[in-house]
Ligand binder design. Structure first.
Ligand SMILES: [Mn+2]
Length: 318
């Protein structure tokens, strides 16, 4: 349960900034906007401050008038709330905003969260931060509406892979059932978020699939994505999202890795597992974090030695 201190701190503040993690995903964006709409209903001044603008796929999500991009906005803030953010590094440039106030709250579901705020609530049993925000909005006594419900539906649907991942629980479905009763357009959201893709992303997937390697008798999948591939496909950074699932979905694969070279010698590593390998521990070892079945980190070095390092870690866990 979210403690009273967090609830009363929110109730007593007037000018609130809500921060998702860098490269915000559906859970981060949906959770921030849902809480933002709820706090607006409590007559608070609210800004959702993002590192990058909202990815196109989420353009339909309600509440985006509250969004500002970058670290400039600090105007009279008395509370900063980070959502879905496992550590301070995931705040990015907006650390200035975070440090500009004395009152900070960190609400998250990443098991690797290191409780960096003044008040912290971390529940690794929640499938999405959206599940926690659902409870929080109830504790704040704000009435749900279609906008809040839509934001939270997107948050929970994306972090559960449309209710297919292991983190999906009966509680998840109870919350979703309640949200739908407030007027969520399920088929429209599914169509926009899960069943549509750009031609640029499909081209990028093609380039990425060409690099697929299956190691350890097909239990580990590696894919790498370079800037050249992104350019050749006309794709954007956000188009790399989900490519790690291509390897994960192959029969026999237990762990899937995408190595994204952002600049020469600087790789972003995306890790997924299917049943038992704890990729969160691998990510944590290299300064990243995440969940048991989905995690990430950044490593500097050359492709081959990073691949070797990650492979050794995963082999021990197989
Ligand atoms: Mn999340």
């Amino acid at each position: 349960m979210i403690n009273n201190e967090i609830v009363s701190k929110i109730i007593s503040s007037k000018n609130v900034a809500i921060l998702p993690h860098i490269q915000a995903d559906g859970d981060a964006i949906g959770s921030c906007l849902a809480l933002g709409i709820a706090l607006t209903k409590l007559n608070k001044k609210v800004k959702v401050i993002m590192e990058e603008s909202v990815p196109e796929v989420y353009n339909f999500i309600p509440g985006q008038a509250m969004v500002s991009v970058g670290s400039e906005y600090k105007e009279g803030l008395d509370l900063v709330i980070t959502l879905d953010t496992g550590d301070v590094g995931r705040i990015g440039e907006r650390i200035d905003v975070f440090k500009s106030v004395d009152s900070t709250i960190n609400i998250d579901h990443h098991g690797t969260n290191n409780e960096f705020a003044v008040l912290n609530y971390v529940d690794a049993d929640s499938a999405a931060t959206g599940e926690i925000i659902y409870e929080l909005i109830k504790l704040l006594n704000v009435d749900f509406d279609a906008d809040i419900a839509t934001c939270l539906y997107v948050a929970i649907a994306t972090d559960t892979g449309c209710f297919k991942f292991k983190n999906t629980t009966s509680k998840t479905h109870r919350i979703i059932s309640d949200l739908i009763s407030f007027g969520v357009n399920v088929s429209e959201i599914s169509g926009k978020v899960f069943d549509s893709t750009t031609k640029e992303k499909v081209r990028l997937m093609g380039h990425a699939i060409n690099t697929l390697e299956l190691l350890e008798e097909g239990k580990i999948a590696f894919v790498n994505i370079s800037n050249e591939m992104l350019k050749a496909a006309g794709a954007k950074e956000e188009d790399c999202d989900g490519i790690v699932n291509i390897g994960r979905n192959i029969v026999g694969v237990e762990a899937s890795v995408v190595l994204r070279e952002r600049s020469s010698g600087d790789f972003k590593i995306n890790l997924r597992s299917k049943t038992y390998v704890d990729v969160g521990q691998v990510a944590l070892k290299y300064g990243g974090g995440g969940h048991k079945m989905a995690a990430g980190c950044a490593i500097k070095g050359d492709l081959d030695s990073i691949k070797k390092m990650i492979l050794e870690e995963l082999k021990r866990l197989l």
